[in-house]
Design a protein around this ligand. Structure first.
Ligand SMILES: Cc1ncc(COP(=O)(O)O)c(C=O)c1O
Length: 513
């Protein structure tokens, strides 16, 4: 039974150290985990400036006591905020709000809209219509170890899914055989909105959710709805080839912006958007799990990016393609949830959480853009086929989806660990793992200076029954690095271990003696 705890918590009374008042209401009846509510409350207080940079926050023990909850959810919330860079721990003296989020960013969010700034001086915009790279992606490849972009198709609850689909088909009314809603099935939109609010901290209602046939379709829809040919689009460098395709086909000009350990380098984006005529209309980012290198965008960068978008009246396209799967900490909240100016278009997919052949993805569209997107959605292909939408709505509403995700998280943890063990055992000194905190793939960098070509390595992998994508083809500009994107979703731990042995042999064969 649901118990509602809803009481304001005033930390001004706490030890006389905290001067701001934090109102944190917990409610057990809304289906949002307690840890998430504490996390949201603290994060909101930091973003709105009610908790100031450098300010000490209560110990987990005293906050738990004040809220009347166990220490565990408070610890999880603190851990997550530490991981995302909102808090810093100082040994022996407690936990503090980070000072790395510039004060003025917090202030401008608290006050509301900041004034648009006129574009200035020169810019260094790199332009390219379509990346001049070989086409590495062959999605019809068999399901083999290291194949990128595939979930554990061997563990999908096929029997339960078949039952659901069959029931939907049997119950179909003549009306349901007619044309469907371009926005998507209402029950699915409601279930997706609920899922995104609870597990991704997305701020949305069902009326903003647009069901599309996969996130690739969402990218194409964004390109046709918001861009004119020759408009400039900033892209993470290296980045997702699917985005290069979608925007390239729309005639956009690419502005590659480097990523580093904190995600997209917003200072570089600022420089590239600063010249007269250097107007950048949109920026594409993967903040929860950078594709392909795997890092998580820091809190400071997220705020700086939102601020840049607001000042430049640009759109942020947030691709949250595999954020359900995180191994080092809890899933990181979406960038969309921090947006107070309707600049973020959020894109997600069921290709990883279910299976790619379902072709169901979704977008969360800012209300002012809704009619334009609905119009383009209709023009595109009228609506997404309804039968899987109905089955999926039931899969979500019945709790089977949440159970499936839990099972998959532990399966992927085993698969990832097997891959890391195998790389250590068989490829030590030959590769360097970029980041393995989340998702269904990890990227390894090939040892610099050896002159190994990642395309050549992949050709040999193909001959020996493996697959992978070359890191070098994820770049649209020069200065590419060579490496391999290794998927670990679709193969068992045993097969992954065996595959790393083969990879080690191939790499040793590629290094000149
Ligand atoms: C960055 C990124 N976005 C989106 C997708 C999924 O696309 P879709 O929903 O079209 O299957 C992938 C697939 O691997 C991806 O890597």
């Amino acid at each position: 039974m649901a118990i509602a705890i809803s009481r304001p918590f005033d930390i001004a009374t706490w030890a006389g150290l905290v001067t701001a008042t934090l109102h944190l209401s917990l409610d057990r009846g809304i289906g949002v985990p307690i840890f998430r509510q504490i996390y949201d409350g603290l994060r909101g207080a930091i973003l709105e400036g009610r908790l100031r940079p450098g300010q000490r926050i209560p110990s987990t023990r005293s906050l738990a006591a004040d809220l009347g909850v166990s220490r565990l959810p408070v610890l999880s919330a603190y851990e997550q905020l530490l991981h995302e860079g909102y808090l810093v721990g100082k040994t022996g003296s407690g936990t503090f709000v980070t000072t790395h989020i510039p004060d003025q960013l917090l202030r401008s969010r608290a006050i509301g809209r900041s004034k648009p700034r006129a574009a200035s001086e020169s810019s260094i915009v790199r332009e390219r219509i379509v990346p001049n790279k070989p086409n590495p992606a062959n999605w019809s490849l068999p399901v083999v170890p290291f194949q990128i972009g595939l979930p554990a198709l061997d563990l999908f609850p096929h029997a339960a899914w078949t039952k659901l689909v069959a029931r939907q088909v049997r119950a179909e009314t003549p009306e349901q055989l007619a044309y469907g809603d371009p926005a998507g099935l209402r029950t699915l939109r409601v279930a997706v909105a609920e899922h995104l609010r609870a597990s991704r901290a997305v701020r949305c209602v069902a009326d903003q959710v647009l069901i599309v046939p996969g996130s690739q379709a969402a990218l194409r829809l964004v390109a046709t709805t918001l861009l004119e040919p020759n408009d400039r689009v900033a892209l993470e460098e290296p980045g997702y080839f699917g985005t290069h395709r979608a925007f390239g086909a729309a005639g956009a000009q690419f502005v590659p912006v480097p990523v580093d350990a904190e995600g997209l380098n917003v200072a570089a984006l600022e420089r590239r958007s600063a010249g007269a005529g250097a107007n950048i209309r949109a920026v594409y980012v993967t903040p929860s799990h950078q594709y392909p290198l795997g890092m998580t965008m820091s809190a400071g960068r997220r705020l700086a990016l939102l601020d840049w978008a607001e000042r430049n009246k640009a759109w942020i396209l947030e691709d949250d393609y595999d954020s359900e799967f995180r191994y080092i900490s809890r899933p990181v909240g979406a960038l969309q949830g921090m947006d107070t100016h309707d600049r973020v278009i959020y894109i997600g997919t069921f290709s990883k959480a279910l299976f790619p052949a379902a072709r169901i993805g979704y977008m969360v569209v800012p209300p002012p853009l809704w009619n334009r997107f609905l119009e383009s959605r209709f023009a595109f292909d009228i609506f997404t086929p309804t039968i899987y939408q109905r089955a999926l709505a039931e899969f979500l509403a019945s709790g089977q989806f949440a159970r499936h995700l839990r099972r998959m998280r532990s399966a992927y943890t085993e698969r990832r660990d097997a891959l890391l063990r195998g790389l250590e055992r068989h490829c030590a000194g030959l590769v360097e793992v970029s980041n393995s905190d989340a998702g269904l793939h990890l990227t390894v960098l090939l040892r610099a200076g050896e002159g190994i070509d990642d395309h050549e390595v992949i050709k040999e992998m193909g001959r020996r029954g493996l697959a992978a994508l070359p890191l070098s083809s994820s770049y649209v500009g020069p200065g590419e690095r060579h490496g391999l994107l290794l998927g670990f979703g679709c193969a068992t731990p045993q097969r992954l271990l065996a595959a790393t042995r083969v990879l080690g042999e191939i790499l040793r064969g590629s290094v000149s003696p």
